[in-house]
Design a binder for this molecule. Structure first.
Ligand code: ADP
Length: 299
């Protein structure tokens, strides 16, 4: 049994790095391209495994070249693959990523592929595994009824639940009461609260609004500005580590992986946040998402 279960998707990230992100209708000459492992769920699982966590990844892939990339990536990172379903009639997901090499910022189009057909009834064994985990971490890339069912099951079984609400999309009230930690970035926090976040004060306003919705603990990640945490009582603001960021793809995933790992070894919240902030900062100094997740020796 694993300490941490992650439900989410794998996609092959096809990324193009260049002097800027092209505007609509524009063609530019880039510098480098790379095909590597991505998908928020898979990136978060890789981050946890590289930190030394025992992680179970729950997902669905096709039986194609990118599906093989998924299996190779998981095996290479010592991640249990018995809960990854494979369907030869479906495509493994792909993401097209445009990276500005000067700022490390990106624009992404994700084709979810196989996991978009995930059903609760496919997941009997996976749900047993969730019940026996300490931590359950997920995002909003698989069908929402599956996400909610797994969150509810995890919560009812005493797991600590983390929802990284990405990409941001409407969720019902039922979600809120089943989330211990909610980890939006600034854009996602704005989606759920209507508050545009440019500083600590606005982050605090957004967090208060989310706490009123019934979520217990909120962490808004603020990119190169760091993060803001509150449980309605204790508030923690941490600046980002100063690093030379070349590609911020997957920074949020590194953060969520670091947080889940920290919680699984029962670190106090401030230490979990400092640790996750560091893991995420280091991930921005390498190109790619899954491949950019740091190892515990790098921290
Ligand atoms: P996402 O990748 O989901 O958009 P953010 O951009 O908010 O998430 O980044 C998540 C975390 O990654 C931040 O809270 C911070 O810890 C780290 N991070 C992101 N960008 C940088 C940067 N330029 N320098 C240092 N740390 C960064």
């Amino acid at each position: 049994m694993s300490d941490i279960s992650v439900l989410g998707i794998f996609v092959a990230d096809v990324s193009f790095s260049g002097p800027k992100i092209p505007a609509v209708g524009e063609t530019i000459l880039g510098n480098k391209y790379n095909v590597g492992p991505g998908g928020k769920g898979c990136n978060q699982a890789v981050a946890i495994a590289r930190l030394g966590g025992k992680v179970n990844f729950i997902s669905k892939i096709g039986k194609d070249d990118y599906g093989q990339l998924a299996l190779d990536t998981l095996k290479k990172n010592n991640i249990d693959i018995k809960n990854v379903l494979q369907d030869e009639n479906l495509q493994t997901g792909v993401a097209g990523i445009l990276v500005d090499k000067n700022s490390g910022k990106n624009a992404i189009n994700v084709i979810v592929g196989a996991p978009s057909s995930l059903k609760i009834s496919d997941l009997d064994n996976q749900i047993k595994e969730i019940k026996n985990s300490k931590i359950f971490l997920t995002q909003l890339e698989v069908p929402k009824n599956v996400t909610l069912h797994c969150l509810k099951t995890a919560k009812a079984s005493g797991c600590i639940t983390i929802l990284n609400p990405a990409p941001a999309s409407e969720i019902t009230k039922e979600f809120f009461s089943n989330i211990d930690y909610f980890t939006p970035n600034e854009t996602e926090a704005e989606f759920y609260t209507g508050i545009k976040i440019t500083n600590e004060k606005e982050a605090k306003q957004a967090v208060d609004k989310l706490i009123h919705l019934g979520i217990k603990k909120i962490i808004i990640t603020l990119g190169e500005k760091g993060l803001f945490y509150s449980d309605g009582n204790e508030e923690i603001y941490l600046k980002a580590n100063s690093v030379k960021a070349i590609d911020t793809t997957g920074a949020g995933d590194a953060f969520n992986g670091g947080l889940a790992f920290g919680l699984s070894i029962k670190k106090p919240i401030r230490e979990c946040l400092e640790f996750a902030n560091k893991v995420a900062g280091i991930s921005t100094t390498k190109l790619g998402a899954g491949d950019a997740m740091p190892f515990i020796k790098d921290i």
